[in-house]
Design a protein around this ligand. Structure first.
Ligand code: NAP
Ligand code: ZN
Ligand code: ZN
Length: 349
């Protein structure tokens, strides 16, 4: 079937309206009418081929929420009308060690929601800036938030799980001092989640204007990261720092804030590498520099349920599909409070 979408035909061209193909649901598939889709900075990296290897046409979008329209004959747990979500993953091998442990995000044969291999035309997956999507049931999440919050739930499907998973893995919680670097889509949810887990949360920003807002999000303290004296006050004091910044920058000033055995985990995925840090800044205090990629399906459901229970959603700016190119430009300036979400009903001709 044909559905309306927004995407790019080349990395140097703006996104434009297009018509794409979706398969009829197979016996294990869930067909979803997309209500809203969050706009992740990864969408910009990918659609502009900043990570190389982008296939065109490229329809981004992996923070998908909507309602089930139809299900295949072997789908016991979803029914038409259910509120559901789809994140960054639409398939994986389903039998490797990672898949067996529910860590599909680390499967070598992971299929991403867009720009992944696909048997459907045009031969690669197309994402959530579209009216509908058809996904194997294993990769569909249940949404338990009230429907009125649906647009603000969308960013949880990538930004939420990408921050929740490392915060859990590195056991942040009461008694832990946690830094979140960059108050954008990921960072603002990282602040909310770390606060809800009971940690003492310090937000690091380059934007003076976000200082008060960061406190409202749940930060106990806010530090301007280019202000050396403010940074020095926190030297050697952090258990864990989550770095969400989307551009290459010096990691050194943040490593210096870790206490002995502290960890900084990078989730930001800039187009060019960060300068390599001084090895002795790691050696001297047995510090760890780590990475983390989204999260597996069971943990994504756990995160959605945790957020529903705690009343956590993203702070969003809802946009018409035709505003997508302007939204990208504002994101590149760090000017979004704190996640753009597309109203997919505006994709109607
Ligand atoms: P975003 O909304 O654009 O937020 C990034 C934030 O980084 C900005 O709001 C800004 O915060 C800060 N920043 C921007 N330019 C900066 C600069 N020159 N120096 C220092 N800080 C700067 O992006 P996002 O959607 O949260 O995504 C962040 C990154 O994570 C992207 O690279 C994305 O591709 C990546 N990502 C990774 C995963 C994963 O699985 N690992 C998943 C999703 C996204 P302040 O204004 O507060 O400084
Ligand atoms: Zn994302
Ligand atoms: Zn696998």
């Amino acid at each position: 079937m044909s559905v309306k979408a927004y995407g790019a035909r080349e990395g140097t061209r703006p996104l434009e309206p297009m018509t794409i193909f979706r398969r009829q649901p197979g016996c294990d598939d869930v067909q979803i009418q997309i209500a809203f889709c969050g706009i992740c900075h990864s969408d910009i990296h990918q659609v502009r081929s900043e990570w190389a290897g982008t296939l065109y046409p490229c329809v981004p979008g992996h923070e998908i929420v909507g309602r089930v329209i139809a299900v295949g004959s072997h789908v016991p747990h979803f029914r038409p009308g259910d509120l559901v979500g789809v994140g960054c993953i639409v398939d994986s091998c389903r039998h490797c060690q990672d898949c067996a442990e529910g860590l599909e995000n680390y499967c070598d044969q992971l299929t991403m929601t867009y720009n992944g291999p696909s048997a459907d035309a045009p031969g690669h997956t197309l994402g959530g800036y579209s009216q509908q999507i058809v996904v194997h049931q294993r990769y569909v999440l249940r949404i338990r938030h009230p429907e009125r919050q649906l647009a603000a739930v969308a960013p949880l499907l990538c930004a939420g799980i990408t921050t929740y998973s490392p915060l859990r893995h590195w056991q942040t919680g009461p008694g832990k001092k946690v830094g979140v670097v960059g108050i954008g889509g990921l960072g603002h949810l990282g602040i909310k989640l770390a606060h809800a887990m009971g940690a003492h949360v310090v937000a690091f920003t380059t934007s003076d204007a976000k200082r008060d807002a960061a406190k409202a999000l749940g930060a106990d303290e806010v530090v301007l990261s280019h202000h050396a004296a403010e940074m020095e006050e926190h030297a050697r004091s952090f258990d864990f720092i989550l770095n969400t910044v989307a551009v290459a920058h010096s990691l050194e000033p943040f490593i210096a804030l870790l206490k002995r055995d502290g960890t900084m985990t990078l989730v930001g995925a800039p187009a060019t590498p960060h300068p390599s840090p001084e090895i002795f800044s790691l050696i001297a205090k047995r510090r760890t520099l780590a990475g983390s990629m989204i999260g597996g399906l069971p943990e994504t459901q756990e995160m959605l349920d945790f957020c529903a229970e705690k009343g956590i959603v993203a702070d969003i700016e809802l946009i018409h599909a035709s505003q997508i190119n302007d939204a990208y430009e504002r994101m590149l300036k760090g000017d979004v409070h704190y996640r753009f979400v597309m109203d997919n009903a505006t994709l109607e001709p």
